[in-house]
Design a protein around this ligand. Structure first.
Ligand code: HEC
Ligand code: HEC
Ligand code: HEC
Ligand code: HEC
Ligand code: HEC
Ligand code: HEC
Ligand code: HEC
Ligand code: HEC
Ligand code: HEC
Ligand code: HEC
Length: 295
């Protein structure tokens, strides 16, 4: 109940008078001048005081009642905070149930990360910039020739990941990986009359999310990509010779002769099957029963 009230009144609680906060910070400023100056515009200092489970926002909202400490400066009389579970608990007293209910079940919590590993209350800094410190390998993938435009500044790690969540790979989706991709790529979402099974299964069957050597973020270039599941056909199925060869029990001559393999490996399947993600129009062809994704 209390949490509901907290969430719904957040806007109303935003800084309006601020007198009490200013007074409290002033008490602390006598001895912590630099720090108080640096913290004055911090969001937590701009919220009108209110009570959440006995905490007041302002310095004491996080550090707890500090009157006794302010009298003699005894460090033992105030909550010291940092990268530990006790601090997470203090943060989650306000940000827990409505904000990050799954934090404790997340990979990051399991790996002993803490709120202050990424967030700094008293020093400026963008938390999104912390990811690369620990995930150098993933960051490096964005340097590959084909990559999502992260270093171009069009997105960040948190466009796709929710670092506080316990979803699979901490992705910003409640259900499937595809739902994440299609929030930005609606064109590939379908539904289609003629579906392509692996697309329905997972975009990650053919695409890597961060970056790849192959074009278009593909796991492999065509035709190799498609040949993992399909066979060569038509002229792409001929041996690279001038001679007559048997194909499907019929004697034939390759239209491309000795160049056959070159042609086969340099022909993209999507030149004839451009609707690789799915199609609403039937293919007009010989054997595909209209489902060959040709238009
Ligand atoms: C009379 C001077 C004085 C006042 C007033 C004062 N402090 Fe301190 N505070 C100190 C001293 C001295 C230390 C220990 C040295 C240090 O780490 O800077 C300290 C340390 C702290 C620490 C770190 C504790 C630790 O164990 O590292 C916190 C948190 C803190 N103060 C919060 C506050 C808050 C909040 C207020 C205002 C309600 C406040 N202080 C007012 C003198 C003061
Ligand atoms: C939103 C929670 C929060 C609020 C509000 C807050 N602090 Fe802190 N404070 C922290 C955390 C967390 C740390 C541990 C250092 C870190 O991780 O950045 C800290 C560290 C400190 C320290 C130790 C010195 C240091 O830099 O490590 C002092 C002193 C301090 N705070 C005083 C204050 C004062 C004075 C105020 C009010 C102006 C205040 N804090 C408001 C969370 C808070
Ligand atoms: C007394 C309640 C309270 C405590 C304790 C608290 N916060 Fe907050 N925090 C708020 C409120 C209220 C806001 C503003 C509304 C919002 O963004 O949810 C906020 C905002 C934030 C934001 C968003 C900042 C922005 O610029 O949008 C971050 C990050 C944050 N808090 C981190 C922390 C961390 C880390 C701790 C523990 C060290 C902490 N908070 C402790 C109440 C609290
Ligand atoms: C691995 C790094 C990381 C850790 C650990 C982390 N955060 Fe964050 N947090 C971020 C990033 C990055 C953002 C900005 C998200 C965005 O851009 O949408 C953020 C945003 C926030 C916000 C404001 C936006 C929102 O989603 O409501 C709050 C509040 C917040 N974090 C609190 C916390 C608390 C409390 C903890 C500890 C339980 C914590 N964070 C742990 C990286 C982290
Ligand atoms: C202090 C180090 C550290 C920081 C900073 C950090 N992470 Fe992590 N993260 C880890 C560790 C350790 C793991 C577990 C091992 C792994 O998968 O690499 C992990 C796992 C992950 C995973 C995989 C989760 C899973 O369930 O498989 C994702 C996604 C992730 N982090 C995203 C982020 C993002 C986004 C940021 C920045 C907002 C970030 N991390 C910042 C240490 C960190
Ligand atoms: C376009 C969306 C997107 C962006 C942007 C993104 N990721 Fe990912 N990330 C994913 C997806 C999807 C997966 C899961 C891959 C899978 O399951 O095949 C993943 C997996 C991960 C993993 C788990 C280990 C692994 O490599 O599979 C980590 C760690 C990770 N990402 C970190 C990051 C970091 C750090 C950034 C920013 C530098 C980032 N990601 C940016 C979509 C993204
Ligand atoms: C937050 C939005 C967003 C999400 C989520 C997202 N993308 Fe993208 N994607 C982009 C942007 C922006 C581009 C670059 C488009 C451009 O440059 O025209 C892009 C480009 C691509 C490209 C084309 C690359 C190229 O070289 O042309 C592919 C393929 C792709 N994304 C696949 C995916 C897949 C698969 C997922 C899910 C794992 C995903 N995207 C999630 C925004 C997103
Ligand atoms: C069967 C393999 C496969 C799967 C699965 C797949 N794609 Fe693709 N995708 C491709 C190929 C091949 C291309 C390159 C087409 C070209 O070069 O003309 C491509 C290109 C793209 C592009 C670039 C724009 C375009 O159409 O050329 C985006 C965006 C994209 N895919 C998103 C997705 C999303 C989102 C999913 C999941 C819903 C997905 N793909 C699933 C094979 C696949
Ligand atoms: C991971 C395996 C996989 C990959 C990779 C893959 N496909 Fe498929 N494809 C399938 C499956 C499964 C079907 C459905 C077959 C069925 O229903 O009999 C299918 C169906 C098709 C069909 C329709 C034919 C039919 O009988 O339904 C075409 C055309 C096709 N794929 C072309 C491609 C192309 C072009 C590529 C490369 C861009 C590709 N596929 C990559 C698994 C794959
Ligand atoms: C020169 C054009 C062309 C190229 C290149 C091509 N295809 Fe086809 N493919 C077709 C046509 C035409 C059909 C039959 C369409 C129909 O009957 O509706 C077809 C049918 C198919 C079918 C359905 C097979 C069946 O028995 O119904 C699959 C699967 C397929 N192609 C995959 C591929 C793959 C994988 C590649 C790349 C290695 C490829 N195609 C290259 C033109 C091409």
């Amino acid at each position: 109940m209390r949490v509901g009230v907290f969430a719904s009144s957040l806007l109303a609680l935003l800084w309006s008078s601020g007198a009490v906060l200013a007074a409290e910070a002033a008490d602390c400023a006598g001895c912590h001048e630099e720090l108080v100056k640096a913290t004055t515009n911090q969001i937590h200092m701009r919220i009108k005081p209110f009570e959440v489970k006995g905490h007041l926002v302002g310095c004491e909202g996080c550090h707890g009642k500090a009157d006794a400490h302010a009298e003699d400066g005894d460090a033992a009389k105030v909550h010291k905070l940092g990268a530990d579970k006790a601090t997470d608990k203090a943060c989650l007293a306000c940000h827990g149930l409505k904000g990050f209910p799954a934090w404790n079940a997340s990979t990051h919590a399991a790996e002993d990360l803490h709120c202050t590993t990424c967030h700094s209350i008293h020093k400026p800094g963008k938390p999104a910039e912390t990811c690369a410190k620990c995930h150098g390998e993933q960051r490096a993938q964005f340097e590959l020739p084909s990559h999502h435009p992260l270093r171009e500044g069009k997105m960040t790690c948190t466009s796709c990941h929710e670092p506080h969540a316990a979803t699979e790979s901490q992705l910003r989706t409640k259900q499937r990986l595809n739902d994440l991709c299609t929030t930005c790529h609606q064109a590939q979402e379908g539904p289609y009359v003629f579906e392509h099974a692996p697309v329905q299964e997972s975009c990650a069957t053919c695409h890597v999310p961060h970056g790849s050597v192959a074009g278009r973020l593909l796991t492999a270039n065509e035709p190799m990509l498609c040949l993992q599941c399909h066979e060569f056909h038509f002229h792409t199925g001929y041996e690279a010779t001038d001679g007559v060869q048997m194909l499907g029990g019929i004697p034939r001559q390759s239209p491309n002769g000795p160049e056959g393999m070159n042609k086969a490996f340099s022909t993209k399947c999507t030149q004839c099957h451009p609707k690789v993600h799915g199609s609403d129009l039937p293919s007009q062809g010989i054997s595909g029963n209209g489902k060959s994704l040709t238009r």
